[in-house]
Each structure stands twice: as structure tokens, then as C-alpha cells.
Design a protein around this ligand. Structure first.
Ligand SMILES: [Zn+2]
Length: 214
């Protein structure tokens, strides 16, 4: 999971450093150190951080553990290993070079109309469910009112997802996410959820509650 840095180099450059602040951008978390260096964490699909004491057992899927003073540790845990860990000297330059757009929580409505993309699969499904919009809907055919609805649904879902640490167990049962997958039922109408490959990704939705004609 290390990108552009070896385990040895990561350890060498972070040793004795202090984590001072952090900055989130999409699924990235950049952690500023006192050495003019940022630790770059990308959480992939299942990545998360867990704080523990050295005498406690590290979480099962720990990929990297940071050891702090006073027996404190921080594990970067990632069951499915789609996450990434690296070092960055300039975050803005990194984002620009990688063509990463504005964070979904920072954009205004007009910018939002132009992007409507780049949001993780599961949140895209949740946002469409909240906006009661079928995943096969053509974005270009949306009325202004529906775009606005989608915009507010995106802001709301991302805010809530961040508040619950993107942990699906902590998300409201009225959401699609806890039911998303085979055999799952719509929390609204109790009908079986359906899946379809749309735009190269698997979408889960309720064919009854989410409509194309808007
Ligand atoms: Zn439904």
C-alpha cells in the first residue's frame, strides 16, 4: 500500500516527527508534520484509523502502525488494501498534478453541475436514493430543480458520512447503505433492492422509490 516510498524511507522520514494538523480532501487525509512533510493517507474502500495503547492488540487488518510517546499507537487499518500511504511535500501541488477536483463539500451549485462525478460508489447510491433519482438518469436531462435536490442530497450525505467516520454500521437505518447488497430491502418501501451496471459501476437502488423521469 506504500506509494512512492519504501517502508524504510517512510520510517526514517517520520521518526521523531510530530503530527501537527490535518487536511481532508475527498478520500485523502493529509497529515502535516513538523518537518515540512505531509503524510498522505488514502482510505480506499475500507481504510480507517484506530488509536490504541501499545499493550492492546493492534486491529486485525493493520497495515501501518505509528508509534507515539507514552505507549500510544495509531493503526492504519485496511481490510481490502485499496488504500494508499505516501509522503508529500506540497499538498496543493499534489492535488493539482493528480487532477483532483475540489472537495465535494466545498463546491457551490454551479461547479457541482459540471462535476457530478468522482464520488465513491456507495455514496453515489446513497445520494441518488435520498434524491429519489434512478441511477440510469441522464444528468443532461435533469431539470434545475432536480439538480438542486441532488446537490443538497450530496452535501447532506457526505456530511453525515464524515460524522459517522464512514462506518456503515453507524449510518442511519433509513439509509440505503446498511441494506445495500444482495437480498437487501429498501428501507422506504421494503421492496427488494436491485443492482445494475451503469457507467461501468455497480449501482444499487430501489426501482420503486427512484425514478428516471424528472
Ligand atoms: Zn423503495
Amino acid at each position: 500500500m506504500l506509494k512512492g516510498v519504501s517502508a524504510r524511507e517512510l520510517a526514517r522520514r517520520l521518526k521523531g516527527r510530530r503530527f501537527e494538523s490535518s487536511r481532508r480532501h475527498g478520500k485523502h487525509l493529509f497529515v502535516r508534520t513538523d518537518g515540512d512533510l505531509w503524510l498522505r493517507l488514502h482510505f480506499g474502500m475500507t481504510g480507517s484509523l484506530h488509536h490504541f495503547k501499545s499493550k492492546e492488540k493492534a486491529p486485525r487488518h493493520t497495515r501501518v502502525a505509528f508509534v507515539f510517546e507514552r505507549d500510544r499507537r495509531l493503526a492504519f487499518e485496511d481490510h481490502r488494501k485499496f488504500g494508499e500511504i505516501g509522503l508529500v511535500e506540497d499538498v496543493d501541488e499534489y492535488l493539482r498534478k493528480r487532477g483532483l477536483g475540489p472537495d465535494a463539500r466545498d463546491v457551490d451549485l454551479s461547479t457541482f453541475k459540471n462535476i457530478l462525478a468522482g464520488i465513491g460508489n456507495i455514496y453515489a447510491d446513497e445520494i441518488l436514493f435520498r434524491a429519489r433519482l434512478h441511477p440510469a438518469t441522464q444528468i443532461s436531462a435533469l431539470k434545475a430543480k432536480t439538480v438542486s435536490k441532488l446537490f443538497h442530497a450530496t452535501r447532506y450525505i457526505l456530511k453525515k458520512a464524515i460524522e459517522s467516520n464512514a462506518d456503515s454500521n453507524r449510518m442511519p437505518k433509513s439509509w440505503l447503505l446498511p441494506h445495500r447488497g444482495k437480498g437487501g430491502r429498501c428501507p422506504g418501501c421494503r421492496r427488494k433492492l436491485r443492482s445494475a451496471t451503469i457507467g461501468g459501476r455497480t449501482a444499487w437502488f430501489c426501482a420503486h422509490c427512484q425514478r428516471k423521469s424528472h
